[in-house]
Write a new protein. Structure first.
Length: 83
C-alpha cells in the first residue's frame, strides 16, 4: 500500500464518519474518532453489503457503503452506552 491509497482510505473514513455522525444527530466522536468510526464502518458496511448481495464500486459507492457501516456502528455504540 502506498501513501496515496492510505490517504484515500483516511479521506473516505473521515467523510463516512462525519456523515454518520450527522445522520445519527451529532453523535460524532471528533475528527480522529470519525476517521476510526468511518474505517471500521467501511469494514462493517462491506459485510452488510455482501450479506445483502450488494456491491459498491468507485468513490461514491465506497463512501455510501462506509457510511452505512458507520451509522450501524454508531447505533450499536449508542445502545451499549445506554446499557
Amino acid at each position: 500500500m502506498d501513501i496515496s491509497n492510505l490517504l484515500v482510505i483516511l479521506l473516505i473514513g473521515a467523510l463516512a464518519g462525519w456523515l454518520a455522525g450527522y445522520i445519527m444527530k451529532r453523535r460524532g466522536l471528533g475528527v480522529v474518532g470519525n476517521i476510526v468510526v468511518g474505517i471500521v464502518g467501511a469494514v462493517l458496511g462491506g459485510y452488510i453489503f455482501r450479506f445483502l448481495g450488494l456491491y459498491a464500486s468507485g468513490f461514491l459507492g465506497t463512501l455510501i457503503m462506509a457510511t452505512v457501516g458507520a451509522v450501524a456502528l454508531l447505533f450499536v455504540i449508542g445502545i451499549v452506552k445506554k446499557a
